[in-house]
Design a protein around this ligand. Structure first.
Ligand SMILES: Nc1nc2c(ncn2[C@@H]2O[C@H](COP(=O)(O)OP(=O)(O)OP(=O)(O)O)[C@@H](O)[C@H]2O)c(=O)[nH]1
Ligand SMILES: [Mg+2]
Length: 298
């Protein structure tokens, strides 16, 4: 007789509220990149959390927003679609409620799935009264199943969040092998880590105009390394210049930081070569979006 439980839990919210930080904190591994820039996540990322009696499959999504270009419209669709095929939705907000939150709550209107309001970044608030103020600002906005204040960064109240979710799982088998943490391939994670370093080292429109694809991976038995060649795509020559930097200093820094983290995360010594290529207006070209790995789930 088995009473094993399992279920899918979507993590949605506006860009930058800490959805990917929450996912990583629950899984206990960095499977999704994080950054202070909005629109960091561009794909749906599954995080598998397996305990003795249950398996929770978390679905990290791109921040919901009104995109202007085809890339952003595509990734917004990914996020919106994700709330329909799950058992529970976590609506992650931070300490400031804005128009974006109102817009997102419109998507919950006809949803039959329970939605929890998860208030993240409570480490930025002064005690319980600060939390109460945020809760009050959502009063009457939507019939939430419950409110869960957390700090993903400090891992505060994550155990409480998990306990709250257990009753919403259905009796059922493992969806994924218990050792599995994520559906991201190593190759995808590598390209994402490179993009994360770019997000940290560039400003304004550059971070959003970048895509990264791994061009080749080859084991080098002599040096016991893996040679990785990655292509960074930008839209304009000026962006390429910025990315490369004076005498190549910026691209070098990005490469060094990405390599270090990939070495550590994948436990493989890699030798990384980065190439920058201009692809005009790629964010509005369906074929380019597909080639660079966006929107395949829509
Ligand atoms: N103070 C504080 N900062 C946090 C917390 N959680 C996340 N952050 C920060 O918020 C920023 C955004 O985090 P992400 O996890 O990338 O946010 P996201 O919601 O996944 O963003 P998108 O992928 O763009 O939708 C980062 O700088 C995080 O370090 C938290 O609990 N407290
Ligand atoms: Mg994210």
């Amino acid at each position: 007789m088995s009473n094993h439980k399992s279920g899918f839990i979507a993590i949605v919210g506006r860009p930058n509220v800490g959805k990917s930080t929450l996912l990583n904190a629950i899984i206990g591994e960095k499977i999704a990149i994080m950054s202070p820039k909005p629109q960091t996540t561009r794909n749906r990322i599954l995080g598998v959390h397996t305990k003795e009696n249950y398996q929770m499959v978390f679905v990290d999504t791109p921040g919901m927003h009104k995109g202007k270009d085809l890339l952003n419209k595509t990734i917004d669709k990914v996020a919106v679609a994700s709330i329909h095929d799950v058992d529970v939705v976590l609506f992650v907000v931070d300490t400031i409620k804005g128009a974006a939150e109102e817009h997102i709550m419109n998507h919950f209107k006809y949803l039959k799935i329970p939605v929890f309001l998860v208030i993240n970044k409570i480490d930025e608030l002064k005690g319980k009264s600060g939390i109460d103020e945020v809760i009050l600002s959502y009063l009457g906005s939507y019939d939430f199943e419950g409110v869960i204040p957390i700090s993903a960064k400090d891992k505060t109240f994550l155990d409480r969040l998990e306990e709250t979710l257990v009753p919403y799982l259905e009796e059922g088998p493992l969806f994924f092998p218990k050792e599995m943490k994520s559906d991201q391939s190593e190759q995808k994670l590598m390209s994402e880590l490179i993009r994360e370093k770019i997000l940290y080292h560039t400003e304004q429109e550059v971070p959003h105009a970048v895509a990264v694809v791994i061009e080749s991976l080859a084991e080098n038995p002599e040096l016991n390394t893996v040679d990785v060649s990655a292509l960074i795509i930008v839209e304009r020559a000026t962006q390429k210049q910025i990315l490369i930097g004076k005498a190549g200093d910026k691209i070098k820094k990005i490469g060094t930081e990405a390599r270090k983290e990939i070495n550590q995360l994948l436990n493989t010594k890699i030798h990384l070569t980065l190439w920058v290529k201009i692809k005009k207006d790629w964010r509005n070209r369906p074929n380019d979006l597909k080639a660079f790995g966006y929107g395949e789930d829509v």
